[in-house]
Design a binder for this molecule. Structure first.
Ligand code: DOR
Length: 428
């Protein structure tokens, strides 16, 4: 048995934390107590002054396998996730081939079982080959084990197809994750449209490119009654549309990613390709609106959009560089530093947004620490300040604009199904 001793426990159910011990046996939590349980265990983790919480659940990451293993693969991606305190992750289907049939879903599950350090849940494509033309066999994907459907990386531009997709997936309560981008407006833009894009001489992507699609999709979710989840919300207007939709009773949930409240368009100045991401980093006003949305619950959850790329795809001219940020290993610290220490949300609310609520929306096991449930746990040191160093990443992707920045809050242990998979800097 393993005992996590004397930690500050956030269990994902109560609004407050308490001090105590957690006893783990055969992958499950068998006892939680304010009394010392060490005498029952062979192995003890001393969690004094540390915070013990349900392992983080990321519903939006790119593991790149199959097809782009030079960027990341399931082995490296799940190690990176473990180092970030994640115990369950859902991977997007923009692989090659696309995850758009049961055989591909089974391939991901098999590879994850063989090589994965954390639990991996595949997301299937909405349309075949993510081409936006023909719906996938959704029932087959559902039966194979997908937790959601998405063409992420690209929108479903055709509104008729999107409506059909919502109608079909909605029958089984299977959420569609929408990448909201009007391609005709975004066109060949490479950063947020505004004064800075003009100054830098870079083509801009207007906020409207995102907001038009957010509006379209919440209208379609409203008329079909199907569950819709909006990916990587980045603008003030999107937050306002979603807030309004929720007040109208439309079944919409959404996520933002740590970079949308930790950085803004100014980070592109100097043509830093690591700050190139889609949707792009927006204005200070947008950042404030994202924080407000997190605060009032309009933005339900935080997902990483972990998008590793090879250095050859980033160390080139800005317009040609690939979009994306390798984000597993900086997610918690950015959230803690920019949201909790800034009093935007409390630590308990952060744990809800990084674990409890994603588990609920996508019907994934986890998100709470309860007797009888799987022992998927993150243990963090909130006092530790450190400088982000991408060279220390377990991810193959070193593309992260926060390199060199000082942050607070370090993941010390990650425990998956009762097994310690990450121990103070080392993958076990
Ligand atoms: O920046 C991004 N990178 N946004 C996306 O939607 C896709 C992702 C990727 O796959 O690299």
């Amino acid at each position: 048995m393993l005992c996590i001793h004397n930690g500050n426990i956030i269990d994902g159910k109560r609004k407050d934390f308490y001090q105590g011990d957690i006893l783990i046996d055969k992958g499950k939590i068998v006892e939680i107590s304010c009394n010392n349980l060490c005498y029952k265990a062979e192995k003890i983790i001393d969690a004094k002054n540390l915070w013990v919480m349900p392992g983080f659940i990321d519903v939006h990451c790119h593991l790149r396998e199959p097809g782009f293993e030079y960027k990341e693969d399931i082995a490296s991606g799940t190690r990176s996730a473990a180092a970030g305190g994640f115990t369950s992750i859902a991977c997007m289907p923009n692989t090659k081939p696309t995850i758009d049939n049961a055989a591909m879903v089974n391939f991901i599950k098999m590879k994850a079982a063989q090589e994965g350090k954390v639990k991996v849940y595949p997301i299937g494509a909405i349309t075949k080959g993510r081409e936006g033309k023909e719906l996938t066999e959704m029932k087959e994907l559902l039966e194979a084990g997908v937790i959601a459907l998405s063409d992420d990386g690209d929108p479903v531009s055709d509104s008729r197809i999107m409506r059909l997709a919502l109608e079909y997936a909605g029958q089984w309560g299977l959420p569609l994750i929408s990448h909201c981008e009007d391609k005709s407006l975004a066109k060949d833009g490479v950063m947020n449209e505004g004064i800075i894009s003009t100054m830098l001489g870079l083509k801009g992507i207007p906020s409207a490119a995102e907001e038009i699609m957010v509006a379209r999709d919440v209208i379609l979710a409203g008329t079909t009654g199907a569950p819709l989840h909006i990916a990587h919300v980045s603008t003030k207007g999107s937050v306002e549309i979603i807030r309004k939709a929720k007040s109208m009773g439309i079944k919409v949930t959404c996520e933002t990613a740590p970079h949308y409240f930790s950085a803004d368009e100014k980070w592109v100045d100097g043509y830093d390709t690591n700050a190139k991401v889609n949707p792009p980093l927006r204005t200070e006003e947008d950042v404030e609106a994202i924080k407000k949305g997190l605060q009032d619950g309009t933005i339900d959850i935080i997902a990483t959009d972990h998008a590793p790329h090879h250095r050859d795809e980033k160390e080139i001219e800005y317009p040609l560089a690939a979009s994306g940020i390798s984000g597993f290993e900086t997610a918690f610290a950015l959230c803690y530093t920019n949201l909790v220490t800034e009093n935007v949300i409390s630590l308990v609310e952060l744990v809800n947004k990084m674990s409890t609520i994603p588990a609920r929306i996508f019907k994934i096991h986890g998100g709470t620490l309860e007797v009888g449930k799987a022992a998927d746990i993150a243990i963090v040191n909130l006092k530790e300040e450190y400088t982000i160093d991408v060279q220390g990443f377990y991810s193959k992707g070193k593309n992260n604009p926060f390199h060199g920045k000082k942050v607070k809050g370090k993941v010390v242990y990650t425990i998956v199904q009762g097994k310690v998979v990450y121990d103070d800097g080392k993958i076990i």
